[in-house]
Design a protein around this ligand. Structure first.
Ligand code: HEM
Length: 530
């Protein structure tokens, strides 16, 4: 009995000692960081708790730290994230020492389920080959001309839906409509397939919903240490991901089969090769006919999904933020309207046509007039809209569609500002923070001012290492010109013919996913204007 008592008192004093040691360890760990700038860490878990607690506002959490520090180091349980906002560091990572900062294994393993081995998710030869094939396509004048027609046609469809909503005094979710428009156009321009999600009755869009869910869940993996266990057990977010991927794959493989069949039929009917319309997908399908290319059905699926994420989400979210910012800055809306009216008159003179008189109260004459205006918008005439170009660029400075972009680290390195980074960690350049830093843009960095991009009325670009919305260096966005073309076509039509107001109390804030979309959409009321 006595022996038992002694044993239990030894074990409880042992426990106490252990607890004291752990508390001292935590205390010393925290004490050593008392003057540290940047997120403070805890033993073992690093800064994961603080990052998790700020997950929904992570971009602004980083803004707070980066405005003091330019480089923020965030240790996590299994790796270290280094966030950079100084253009000198960004140039080092994206260009000068490009080979040391690939997408990397970690990023690849997190995103593989959605992006597979597509251009966004690979390095080395696999990336180079896809970049070469896609660059070829993007450089073609055929694609540019075809895109102009498609973008105009779909912007007009959207305008028709807005006109109808204004007649029936219905509120709309602009972001949702824009996502439909950009999905339809990337499928048409990129894969030669008409999917019609922007039809007036707005058909059910299971693919888009599944795609959004998958995007949210894979982004969560970057800060969820339990995701591999969840995937193994197929529970929670990972079970949802699994379901979404099945829907996505089903849609994508059907589209590929359809396109292959069309190409076969075109060949059989002996149309010469020039008559088979070239798009990104058919270029890859043709490549796949050569067995040495090692392109499989799965590779084509990856091509499609990478271009959907590239072409649909980025453009639609930028358009949504642009409309929101223009609408909430009336002096910008007025200047833009004047620029559009001036272009309309100049173009009518050039084409020697008279502009149709119309009554905004009469939808028929209104729609005819919109269509006439759209017909005047060509690739060249859109190029003259400097204020519109500046307004879109200013939107991307404050609300970049890709708000942060992580890179792997192959070998230990020292960034130009002296920060040491270790092999196996990650360096992330942060367009969202970079656009809001006074040390990058001056004291008015937080204000929406398209004028900052204009010199004597003409658009002036900034260094791509400071304005990083399209990345920079060898992996700079391939679709930038195409995206501007679509955004300018759409905004020219919408801002010339409609007034927008936010539905009262509608919350406008971002959602945490790889793309900076609006968490609750953009609920608006629409009115036709003369
Ligand atoms: C506002 C619109 C857009 C923005 C802000 C944007 C931004 C970006 C960014 C930040 C990247 C780098 C991603 C990374 O490697 O981590 C990127 C890459 C890319 N973008 Fe865009 N993008 C836009 C529209 C488009 C469009 C419309 C297309 C094509 C239809 C496109 C095609 C691509 C491709 C193919 C890459 C991969 C380049 C490579 O890895 O070599 N983008 N884009």
């Amino acid at each position: 009995m006595e022996e038992k008592k002694n044993l239990s008192s030894i074990s409880s004093s042992g426990m106490m000692m252990l607890t004291c040691m752990v508390i001292s360890w935590i205390f010393i760990h925290r004490w050593n960081q008392r003057s540290k700038k940047g997120p403070k860490t805890w033993p073992l878990v690093g800064a994961a708790i603080e990052q998790l607690m700020n997950y929904d506002r992570m971009h602004d959490w980083l803004v707070d730290y980066l405005s003091e520090l330019k480089t923020v180091v965030v240790p996590m349980p299994s790796t270290t994230y280094t966030y950079i906002a100084d253009p000198v560091n960004v140039e080092h990572v994206l260009k000068n020492n490009f080979a040391n900062y690939p997408k990397g294994e970690v990023y690849h393993s997190y995103m593989e389920v959605l992006l597979g081995d597509g251009i966004f998710n690979v390095d080395g030869d696999l990336w180079r080959k896809q970049r070469k094939t896609a660059s070829f396509e993007f450089a073609s004048k055929n694609l540019r001309d075809f895109s102009t027609i498609v973008f105009r046609e779909y912007a007009l469809k959207l305008s028709g839906i807005l006109c109808q909503a204004s007649v029936s005094v219905q509120q709309i979710d602009m972001q949702e409509l824009l996502m439909r428009m950009t999905l339809d156009s990337i499928c048409k321009v990129g894969f030669g397939v008409e999917i019609g999600t922007l039809a007036p009755q707005l058909p059910d869009n299971r693919f888009a919903q599944a795609f959004d869910t998958a995007n949210i869940v894979v982004t969560l993996r970057f800060i969820d240490p339990l995701w591999r266990i969840k995937r193994f057990l197929n529970v929670g977010s990972e079970a949802l991901l699994d379901k979404s991927i099945k829907i996505i794959d089903d849609f994508t493989y059907k589209m590929i089969r359809k396109r292959k069949l069309e190409i076969e039929e075109a060949k059989e009917s002996r149309k010469n090769d020039k008559q088979i319309k070239h798009d990104i997908l058919s270029r890859f399908i043709e490549l796949g006919e050569n067995p040495e290319s090692k392109l499989t059905e799965k590779s084509l699926r990856d091509v499609v999904l990478n271009f959907v994420i590239a072409g649909r989400d980025t453009t639609a979210t930028t358009l949504s933020w642009s409309i929101y910012l223009i609408m909430t800055h009336p002096h910008v809306a007025d200047k833009l309207f004047s620029e559009l009216k001036a272009l309309e008159e100049d173009r009518a003179k050039e084409e020697k046509i008279s502009l149709l008189p119309y009554d905004p109260e009469d939808p028929k004459s209104f729609n005819e007039r919109v269509a006439q205006f759209a017909g005047l918008l060509t690739y060249d005439s859109l190029g003259r809209l400097s204020y519109l170009h500046a307004a879109i660029t200013e939107t991307l400075r404050l609300y970049p569609a890709v708000p942060q972009d992580p890179k792997g680290i192959l070998e230990d390195d020292i960034l130009p500002d002296g920060t040491k980074v270790k092999a196996g960690g990650m360096v992330t350049y942060v367009p969202y923070s970079m656009g809001r830093m006074e040390y990058n843009w001056g004291p008015d960095a937080a204000s929406f001012k398209p004028e900052r991009w204009l010199k004597e009325g003409f658009f002036q670009n900034a260094s791509p290492f400071k304005f990083t919305a399209f990345q920079a260096g060898p992996r700079i966005c391939l679709g930038k010109d195409s995206a501007y073309l679509q955004m300018k076509m759409t905004l020219a039509i919408l801002c010339r013919f409609f007034d927008f107001t936010l539905v009262p109390m509608h919350p406008v804030k971002y959602r945490m996913m790889t793309i900076l979309s609006m968490a609750h959409g953009l609920k608006l009321k629409v009115a036709r204007r003369s």
